[in-house]
Design a protein around this ligand. Structure first.
Ligand code: FES
Length: 179
């Protein structure tokens, strides 16, 4: 992209953020609504640091608060997301029913890793394949414990998942992408 085009695209992003901030001003839960709308509109569905800074400035919100909101809610992403998102529940019920093995096989299959590091640091996992096709995430509980282990693929919840069904799902996504 040429610098003039880049500039024009940056200007339109800022104009969009200004409009969103204006629309939510003074409403309860304004910050959440702003972040959600901006993330939705950002390519690769995430909130870049410079965007958070700009919103902080526009809404007179301390940057530290912006970060705590963006990191607390599972909905928000601070890194670019893959085309498909696979989210494995790591809550107690799902853990007891083998979610760790599911996650490990997924990491192996897609060639991403980081579970141990994220878990030892008490963080949610979010790993994206280098080709940008898949993001593997973890969540603390989907609230569907009776269906454990639970995996969500592109916002669709599946229960009683095993390695075979998971592999089948990934194969279907791969096939859909190669048509
Ligand atoms: S622990 Fe997995 S859905 Fe509750």
């Amino acid at each position: 992209m040429h610098s003039i085009e880049r500039r024009a695209s940056a200007d339109s992003t800022l104009a969009f953020i200004d409009a969103i901030v204006g629309r939510h001003a003074g409403r309860p839960g304004a910050l959440l609504g702003i972040l959600e709308a901006v993330q939705e509109k950002t390519p690769h569905n995430f909130l870049p640091v410079e965007t958070l800074r700009y919103i902080a400035e526009k809404t007179n919100t301390p940057l530290s608060r912006m970060y705590s909101v963006a990191t607390f809610y599972a909905l928000f992403n601070l890194d670019p997301q893959g085309e498909h998102t696979i989210c494995v529940c790591r809550g107690t019920a799902c853990h007891t029913r083998g979610s760790r093995a599911l996650l490990e096989s997924l990491e192996l299959e897609l060639g991403v890793s980081g579970e141990d590091k994220a878990e030892s640091e008490g963080k949610k996992l979010s790993l994206t394949t280098p080709d940008g096709k898949y993001t593997v995430r973890t969540v603390a509980c989907f609230g569907q414990c009776a269906l454990a282990p639970v995996v969500e693929i592109d916002h669709r919840i599946s229960g009683h998942v095993n390695e075979r069904t998971l592999q089948r799902e990934i194969k279907a996504l791969n096939n859909a992408g190669s048509k």
